[in-house]
Design a protein around this ligand. Structure first.
Ligand SMILES: NC(=O)c1ccc[n+]([C@@H]2O[C@H](COP(=O)([O-])OP(=O)(O)OC[C@H]3O[C@@H](n4cnc5c(N)ncnc54)[C@H](OP(=O)(O)O)[C@@H]3O)[C@@H](O)[C@H]2O)c1
Length: 295
């Protein structure tokens, strides 16, 4: 009997991509779950089962994992209130175990253990620990930072011709969201039983200086790198009017990079999916039309 595979957060960007890939990878039933299944109407129209799972709603959790053999739990975006996201994830893991789900795949972050400067690392560490304690078979995917995260600052960098950073010489193996989704779908579709914790990375790790040079080359705009300490960067981001939690998050991410806490490049995407991950150069080239500020 083919196994039933479920993806939580299927209306999110990663979740939707993972469901799309599973629909072609897996011969058996695929269930797309979201807080708002109405957002999955197009998937339902294509014959993919949809259901409601909200990690904040115990009754949706009790029902949501029924009859599911393997589940991809996508970490939520509830990072503003400390502790909220960990509580959501722990409720999901507990509900999955209670419902008899046989295997979990979870989207974590690189090196979330205590000592991480990242403000949201504790959520991922608590979730990883809960999954390991649950006794369920699992694959924990420690997804490196998305290439797409750069879109948040690319416009400002190109407009000003400068990049304020506290990341020092640290390296980031940026991964395409699409590749993270392909890896997650492949991990869920695999019937491998071993428990694994895998670093999901792109094909190359970049220092901020190397990345600034690449952006300059692709967009034809010189970029001056402004290396600064955490407090100066925080003051600068604060001056842009960013909310406090976002300033703390961005500074913590630079510090994390500076401290060398991102993994080296791995072959996990290629190993799980059979195809090479997209290089950052290709991602930036594809953004050229969206950022016409280039000289
Ligand atoms: N590696 C990185 O660089 C990076 C960057 C950004 C985010 N992330 C993490 O990776 C996750 C997926 O990335 P993304 O790009 O798909 O983010 P996204 O588009 O912002 O999606 C947010 C996700 O959170 C889910 N969610 C929110 N509240 C929930 C709740 N109460 N119960 C269940 N699910 C809930 C949403 O599911 P529904 O709307 O379907 O309910 C959706 O899947 C993010 O949520 C975040 O934890 C990683």
């Amino acid at each position: 009997m083919p196994e039933t595979l479920l993806v939580t957060g299927a209306a999110g960007q990663l979740g939707r991509l993972a469901v799309e890939h599973l629909a072609t990878l897996h011969g058996g039933p695929v269930v797309a779950a979201s807080r708002d299944p109405a957002k999955l109407a197009d998937l339902a129209a294509r014959g993919i089962a949809t259901r409601r799972i909200d990690f904040e709603d115990a009754s949706s959790l009790a029902e949501g994992f029924r009859g599911v053999d393997r589940a991809l739990i996508i970490s939520t975006d509830a990072i503003e209130r400390p502790g909220q996201r960990a509580a959501q994830h722990l409720a999901a893991v507990e509900a999955a175990a209670k419902a008899g789900v046989g295997r979990l795949v979870y989207t974590s972050m690189p090196k979330p253990e205590p000592g991480s400067p990242i403000v949201f690392a504790a959520d991922h560490h608590a979730t990883e620990q809960a999954i390991r304690r649950s006794g369920l078979a699992h694959t924990i995917l420690r997804v490196s930072w998305y290439q797409e995260n750069l879109l948040g600052s690319l416009g400002g960098i190109l407009a000003s011709g400068s990049w304020a950073t506290a990341a020092g010489d640290g390296l980031v193996p940026y991964v395409a969201r699409e590749d993270a989704a392909r890896a997650a779908a492949a991990a869920l579709a695999s019937d491998k039983a071993a428990n694994e914790t895998l670093d999901v990375t792109g094909p190359r790790a970049w220092s901020t200086a190397e990345l600034a040079s690449l952006i300059a080359q692709v967009f034809g705009r010189p970029i001056q790198l402004l290396q600064m300490d955490d407090a100066t960067l925080a003051a600068q981001l604060d001056g842009f009017g960013l909310p406090g939690f976002l300033v703390r998050m961005l500074v913590s991410m630079d510090r994390n990079t500076r401290e060398g806490r991102l993994p080296p490049v791995t072959d996990v995407v290629a190993r799980l999916t059979g195809t090479q991950p997209r290089p950052l150069e290709a991602f930036l080239q594809a953004q050229k039309a969206g950022f016409p500020v280039a000289a």
